[in-house]
Design a protein around this ligand. Structure first.
Ligand code: FE2
Length: 389
């Protein structure tokens, strides 16, 4: 890959890209990639139907009363390499009910795939991670044994380590396969999780950047300061951490002071904690995928016509007519390595907290910094409608 920016130098957008990030990352764990993301929600059955009927995910496994689980119901949903789990409490007591009462629906676990859950737990807790689950072996009978452990990160989010080498069942012991799932919506092509973004309190960004470096061996890929990401009213700062094989990318945001409330602060005010702000799903057919998602009723942030009037000058040819991008609300950005197409949903639950991004990459490893200003202005319009600006 061509590198035209020297280490630590700011490009014309003001983003500082570290071209040595992958070499600097120390994969002592190592992490193979993301195993799944688990959401704790108020109603797992309906959340599963939402992901199936609107987003094209197939429900593949279930755990609940019928499988001998008494305190929760979980559905596992899959599309290509993306595995989502939605879990709801069955009783008013316990950590899931407590979590949903406080935060509303949200991300609880960003789980890593590892070859050895015990050593990943030992390596990270030795380096200062707080344990939330000591290594354990889950007996799946003839399906084999699943090994897992977990440590804490920002807010109440955790990172599980999942070792599936000796397990051949559908998801995990305690789950049963959904043999005849209702038909998932067609025409979508969501391939894998591209990145997961954490929002942390003012002053905490560097603490969690250090945490991912020291505990997980990640390196910093990009730094966007508040001079880059700001509008007249609000701003944020962001650093992107990545692991050695580049499969895991975690931007960490903190609010910066502006004349009015940053969108990061709005998230923190309604989630009542640090938490996962958005997850980007990678596609190689953003036009077809967004067309279908819109037909199915998924709502996206809209950008003003003015954004598209200047877009061609800014990004050149991106393989899709500007009119098509505008009709679907897709944004484009270009950097030294190539370009990307992206779009953001509105928050997917009642509180203005978690949302999804869909991204199609053509060489660019960036995050669409050229869009941030236009995007923030669009978000601020919606914040103002909610009385939160
Ligand atoms: Fe993103």
């Amino acid at each position: 890959m061509t590198e035209t920016i020297s280490k630590g130098a700011a490009n014309q957008t003001g983003a500082v890209i570290n071209k040595d990030a992958y070499a600097e990352a120390k994969d002592f764990l190592p992490l193979n990639g993301l195993d799944h993301v688990e959401f704790w929600v108020g109603n797992a059955r309906q959340a599963a139907a939402y992901y199936r009927a609107l987003w094209g995910f197939t429900p593949i496994a279930y755990a609940g009363l019928e499988t001998g689980v008494r305190d929760r119901a979980s559905y596992v949903l899959r599309q290509n390499d993306i595995t989502l789990v939605v879990t709801a409490p069955l009783t008013p007591e316990g950590e899931i009910a407590e979590h949903v009462r406080k935060h509303g629906d949200g991300v609880k676990d960003i789980a890593f795939s590892v070859d050895d859950a015990a050593s990943a737990w030992r390596e990270t807790t030795d380096r200062g991670a707080r344990s939330v689950m000591e290594p354990r072996e889950l007996d799946g009978g003839e399906d084999g044994t699943l090994r897992r452990s977990a440590v804490a990160t920002y807010g109440e989010v955790r990172h599980s380590f999942v070792d599936r080498r000796d397990y051949h069942g559908v998801f995990a012991p305690g789950y049963r396969k959904i043999k005849k799932p209702a038909r998932a919506a067609g025409g979508m092509s969501l391939l894998e999780i591209d990145h997961c973004v954490g929002n942390v309190e003012l002053g905490d960004m560097n603490r969690f950047v250090d945490y991912y470096r020291d505990v997980f061996g990640f390196a910093q890929l990009i730094h966007y300061d508040d001079k880059v990401i700001h509008t007249e009213y609000s701003a944020l700062m962001s650093k992107v951490m990545t692991n050695g094989n580049g499969r895991i990318k975690f931007p960490i945001n903190e609010p910066a002071t502006g004349k009015k409330k940053s969108q990061i602060q709005e998230f923190l005010d309604w989630y009542l904690d640090s938490g996962t702000q958005h997850i980007a799903l990678r596609t190689e057919d953003i036009v077809g995928t967004i067309s279908r998602l819109r037909e199915n009723g998924v709502e996206f942030l809209g950008l003003p016509h003015a954004y598209y009037e200047t877009l061609a000058n800014r990004v050149g040819d991106v393989g899709v007519p500007i009119e098509t991008l505008e009709a679907l609300g897709i944004e484009a950005d270009r950097d030294e390595e190539g370009y990307l197409l992206q779009i953001f949903t509105r928050p997917i639950q009642d509180r203005p907290t978690f949302f999804f991004e869909i991204i199609e990459r053509h060489g660019s490893r960036g995050f669409g910094v050229g869009n941030f200003k236009a995007l923030f202005e669009a978000i601020e319009l919606e914040q103002a409608r909610r009385g939160n600006l």
